[in-house]
Design a binder for this molecule. Structure first.
Ligand code: DAH
Length: 344
């Protein structure tokens, strides 16, 4: 067959193929078949050298026309298929749906409760201070009236870095540091991380505490009671009852633990006739330890024995669990956004 006839047959044949093609993939297959490097047009043009030189220009011109025509056919079909695809996508799209709001972060409940508690105490005239998490044995224990053989220093509770350096097991060392660097009167709260060799359902190796300390002239147990009662009512509501139970801490004398009326059952010990699982039917839950600063601590920091003051220490996660009714301590550390998002 003569080359020009062969060339001119290509466009109609491509057109039939394009009519039947129903996807952009099929279209691309046809383009390669007809116009590709080894396609039909290229094969016909491969025979050009067999022609006498004077006939070649006419064939070349025919080839260019056919190529342009094929390209145009191809582009037209492509636009049609693309328009169809877009129309289908639009049909699935409902423009009346509300837009998707971007996710907003929220503060962690531990942070929220820490900020709330510090805010309450600054409102009462306390100042927020901090101390190191890697602490010397001296501040963590010795200055707080815990000599080397004291049971609280037992290896199973304390994470040691060296013989004389520990991860602080409580925020109480900030008491000693504050008194060493300031003169009374003073009133401070010290929030921060503490560490213990302890890990089970109700204990994590790291948790948060807030320490409080007020020292001055004539500070009594009544001031301690008034301050902590005001604090408890601010966090848990004005109806909350407090109860001070005698206790023991090496750095306070006398010492007490403070219970509040259970926020789950309102102190009744039962919820809908079932035993309350938060207070275990007692109607009370413990929230902090406190006491009057022991004279041995004043001696360690070089304060005169004329001063008096109180101290307290509380667990932030514990307060958050009671305040928000969170049943599982692990929630604080898993960082599941479905949990965290509830505090936005
Ligand atoms: N440091 C104690 C603890 O971690 C808590 C504590 C009790 C702190 C009594 C105090 C206090 O300041 O007076 O268990």
């Amino acid at each position: 067959m003569d080359l020009i006839t062969a060339l001119e047959g290509l466009a109609p044949e491509l057109e039939r193929g394009l009519d039947q093609a129903s996807s952009l993939e099929e279209l691309e297959g046809l383009r390669v078949d007809f116009l590709g490097r080894k396609g039909r047009l290229a094969q016909i043009m491969g025979r050009l050298p067999q022609l006498a030189p004077d006939r070649r220009p006419a064939v070349g011109q025919a080839a260019n026309r056919v190529k342009e025509r094929c390209n145009a056919l191809f582009e037209a079909r492509k636009s049609a298929l693309e328009a169809g695809r877009d129309a289908q996508a639009l049909a699935r799209f409902d423009p009346s749906l509300p837009g998707r709001a971007p996710w907003r972060g929220s503060l962690h409940p531990t942070t929220l409760v820490t900020e709330e508690i510090c805010h309450i105490f600054t409102g009462l005239g306390f100042e927020v201070v901090s101390g190191p998490e890697v602490e010397s044995d001296y501040y963590n224990f010795e200055a707080l009236n815990m000599p080397p053989e004291h049971p609280a220093r037992d290896m199973q509770d304390t994470l040691y870095i060296t013989d004389k350096v520990v991860l602080r097991t409580h925020t109480s060392p900030v008491q000693a540091r504050t008194m060493l660097s300031r003169k009374p009167p003073l009133a401070v709260v010290a929030p921060g991380k503490v560490y213990r060799r302890d890990s089970d359902l109700t204990h994590t190796p790291m948790f948060h505490q807030i320490e409080g300390l007020m020292v001055g002239e004539g500070i009594s147990m009544a001031h301690l009671r008034g301050t902590l009662t005001a604090f408890v009512r601010a966090v848990f509501g004005g109806d909350t009852q407090t109860r001070f139970r005698p206790s023991f801490f090496p750095f306070t004398e006398p010492s007490a633990e403070v219970d509040i009326s259970c926020c789950m059952c309102g102190g009744k010990g039962q919820v809908d006739g079932e035993p309350c699982r938060v207070c275990k039917t007692t109607g009370w839950v413990e929230i902090l330890g406190c006491g009057m600063v022991d004279p041995a601590v004043y001696a360690a920091v070089g304060y005169s024995s004329d001063v008096s003051g109180f101290a307290f220490g509380l667990g932030v996660e514990r307060v958050a669990m009671l305040k928000y009714g969170i049943g599982d301590l692990r929630m604080f550390f898993e960082n599941d956004v479905r949990f965290l998002g509830q505090f936005a």
